[in-house]
Design a protein around this ligand. Structure first.
Ligand SMILES: C[S@@+](CC[C@H](N)C(=O)[O-])C[C@H]1O[C@@H](n2cnc3c(N)ncnc32)[C@H](O)[C@@H]1O
Length: 273
């Protein structure tokens, strides 16, 4: 179980648990360390590892169809698919939302009674399916994906579920597709942003400028911690983390009502004031 979370997680706290375990190993190699210090380090690691695991254990079970998609996604050799040039993007299993994130999205869609959902970043379709499960009978979801291989993979699986017909996939760059949606006069009750990190702030700017949302719409954004780089200057900053920090600043401005949730790699829920 621990291994599974370590492999899948992008959560800063789980990353820290791994780093602390490495430090402990190195410490014991160089010097005899007092047993009580090692015990203290072990108990810190145990608490850090328990953080995600306990949230997972105390969250409702995912549906069988989500569980199957999770398994299929985990069993797929995405690296080989990229090396064989079948996918344009280097896709990775850890891109997929966790069970807790998926259930949170489903819960938010359900309690907000959202009917029109937009997702930026589909990958294998896990978060799309989780959100679709929260939709009413007449609800719809559009998901944008730049990689045709990922889009086909998700389409094939989603069509085996009863939610496939509610989910439309648009292949292309999310930023360009937002222009198309504005041109088509679309507006959304719920938008989940999980595509290109360097464009996060541009997504929000465009969604607001093009009036793709109204005062009641909910915006949900994943990876707002960027594995800790957003809040730790000791971490290497990347173009992605700089862009996400700018978006985080925008979302905490007066214009929005925003809550940042420390779930996995951080998820923000925001709406216009
Ligand atoms: C983190 S994954 C999405 C995971 C999915 N939402 C889930 O939780 O299961 C990000 C996806 O965005 C796609 N992507 C990257 N850049 C994009 C862009 N500019 N426009 C649309 N999709 C993009 C990637 O190919 C990848 O499949």
């Amino acid at each position: 179980m621990e291994n599974e979370i370590q492999l899948r997680t992008e959560s800063p706290i789980a990353i820290l648990a791994q780093r602390l375990a490495n430090i402990k190993q190195r410490l014991t190699k160089y010097k005899p360390i007092a047993g009580e210090i090692l015990h203290e380090i072990d108990s810190v690691i145990d608490m850090m590892e328990g953080f995600e695991r306990y949230a997972d254990e105390c969250t409702s079970l995912e549906s069988q169809q989500l569980s199957n998609l999770n398994k299929i996604t985990m069993q797929t050799d995405w690296n080989r698919i990229f090396i064989e040039k079948k996918s344009k993007v280097k896709l990775m299993t850890q891109m997929m939302s966790s069970k807790v994130s998926g259930q949170l999205l489903k819960m938010l869609v359900s309690i907000s009674r959202s009917k029109e959902i937009l997702e930026l970043g589909l990958f294998s379709g896990y978060s799309a399916l989780a959100m679709a499960e929260g939709l009413p009978e007449d609800g719809n979801l559009i998901s944008c994906e730049i990689d045709p291989y990922a889009a086909d993979f998700a389409r094939q699986y989603l069509d085996t579920t009863s939610y496939g017909k509610k989910i439309q996939i648009r292949v292309g760059d999310a930023l360009n597709l937002l222009d198309d949606f504005a041109f088509e006069g679309k507006s959304f009750d719920f938008i989940f942003i999980d595509a290109k990190k360097t464009e996060y702030k541009k997504y929000i700017d465009k969604i607001v400028d093009k009036q793709l949302i109204d005062q009641r719409s909910i915006i949900c954004v994943d990876n707002v911690f960027m594995k800790g780089a957003c809040f730790s200057n000791a971490e290497k900053q990347t173009k992605g983390s700089e862009a996400v920090k700018k978006m985080n600043q925008l979302l905490k401005s007066e214009k929005f009502f925003t809550v940042m949730i420390p779930i996995r790699d951080g998820m923000t829920i925001a709406k216009l004031r």
